[in-house]
Design a protein around this ligand. Structure first.
Ligand SMILES: [Zn+2]
Length: 437
């Protein structure tokens, strides 16, 4: 096990009270600049009759309007910038799946802060100046590769800017250059592991020891698979270009949630339906406010990512709150008997149960005025379909576990192996019959 290194002890281990004072001061400065320099924010504040001076405590944040991806699109390309272009030294954008991409810019100081935030999370994952970091994210407009690249350099590690794709070459470089840290998406790590197996490359012969994976949601099961196939410590990190890129949050060696850089971002969890702020520990949509960014400040940016925050102290010594792995998008949310349910919450329960496959289907229906949720689970071949008593006990146990997580009673049904369609996405995972009644 690595020594427990912390990149910025002053901030990462700051007592909560001091941290909140710092957040408030930085928030007030950010609001003033955003109000003065960004028409979109000024208009929204004026519509609500709010001025930055009205924010005198962190609780006042809840009074402020949200910012969405749509706002960024409407103000394409530079409308959300709070500084003149001559002060901007870098421009990135997110891959717009529909319509225009969202554009973000960085001042010199923004880049310095960003690199240091990435250095924090890389250090927390176990990267040091002795490491050789192979970056297999695509370089380009996407923030992932550049973020990790500059963070590695700040740490003093040797960076190999491989970019994405070309697995055979990735493996050759990994062998020859003795790469010790791998940066890519978790699914690409599996692709590399598969290719190595095909080529007969023994992971023991490599120098790899740690992986920093991000850019897409992944499960604990996938972590175990990557760790056992590549013989590394696989860590998760979180970020999005709209608020800075990677470096928003990252796992420490405890791997029990990602520490959010709370001195740079104020995190809230809201109910995506009502937009109300939820109490600590609740599952809901993550909303982030940047308090250090100069070029493009984001006020209450709705990430659409579903997670929960843990404010208890972590064994590593960092005081920064930890966010759970993201559990999908708020657009996937179902409301059952007035309770918000995310398919990923059910998936998480099922993955943890021996004998369950992560293949499931949720059937929502209405009986009279009542919503009913049926969870169909595929069982592995030969799982006690013939033993009624065991089967009933199993269904009962699964139902209770789901109920304890969701707070909604469900009916659990076992279905034959391979009977649930294998396509990704809500369409196949959830059948909502309520609309058709
Ligand atoms: Zn920790």
């Amino acid at each position: 096990m690595q020594a427990n290194l912390i990149w910025d002890t002053q901030h990462e281990c700051m007592p909560r009270e001091e941290l909140e004072q710092l957040q408030l001061e930085r928030l007030q400065a950010t609001l003033n600049r955003a109000y003065k320099n960004v028409t979109c924010y000024r208009t929204k504040f004026n519509e609500l009759g709010i001025v930055p001076e009205d924010v005198t405590s962190l609780a006042d944040l809840a009074k402020l309007p949200f910012t969405t991806k749509e706002d960024l699109r409407l103000n394409y390309p530079y409308g959300m910038f709070a500084v003149p272009l001559r002060e901007v030294v870098r421009i990135h954008s997110s891959s717009g799946t529909t319509g225009k991409p969202t554009v973000v810019g960085y001042t010199k100081n923004d880049l310095k802060i960003w690199s240091n935030l990435v250095a924090r999370m890389m250090t927390a994952a176990g990267v040091t100046h002795d490491d050789v970091v192979q970056i297999a994210f695509g370089y380009g407009m996407f923030t992932g590769a550049f973020g990790l690249h500059y963070g590695s350099e700040v740490i003093g590690a040797a960076v190999i800017p491989m970019s994405g794709g070309n697995s055979d070459k990735q493996i050759m470089i990994m062998q020859d250059y003795r790469s010790s840290a791998l940066v890519c998406t978790p699914s690409y790590a599996i692709t590399l592991a598969e290719r190595m197996e095909q080529q007969g490359v023994d992971p023991k012969s490599l120098a790899l020891k740690v992986g920093l994976f991000g850019g897409e949601p992944w499960s604990e099961a996938m972590r175990r698979e990557i760790e056992s196939r590549l013989l590394i410590s696989a860590t998760d990190n979180y970020g999005l270009s709209e608020v800075i890129g990677p470096g928003v949050a990252g796992e420490c060696r405890c791997k029990n949630g990602m520490h959010i850089a709370e001195d740079a971002f104020i995190a809230e969890i809201i109910d995506p339906e009502t937009c109300q702020v939820l109490p600590p520990g609740s599952v809901g949509e993550l909303v982030l406010t940047t308090v250090c960014k100069e070029a493009v400040p984001m006020i209450r940016y709705r990430t659409r990512d579903i997670t929960s925050l843990d404010y208890t102290t972590c064994e590593c010594g960092r005081t920064m709150a930890r966010m759970k792995k993201t559990m999908g998008r708020s657009d996937d949310m179902l409301i059952i008997k007035g309770v918000n349910v995310f398919p990923s919450q059910i998936e998480e329960v099922l993955v943890a149960i021996e004998g369950c496959q992560p293949h499931y289907q949720l059937i929502v229906d209405r009986k009279g005025a009542l919503d009913v949720l049926e969870v169909c689970i595929e069982v592995r071949e030969n799982t006690f379909f013939d033993e009624m008593k065991k089967q009933r006990a199993f269904l009962d146990m699964v139902g209770k576990r789901i109920d304890s997580v969701l707070g909604v009673g469900v009916t659990v049904k076992l279905v034959e192996p391979n009977s649930i369609p294998r396509h990704e996405g809500k369409a196949d995972r959830v059948i909502d019959r309520r609309q058709t009644r």
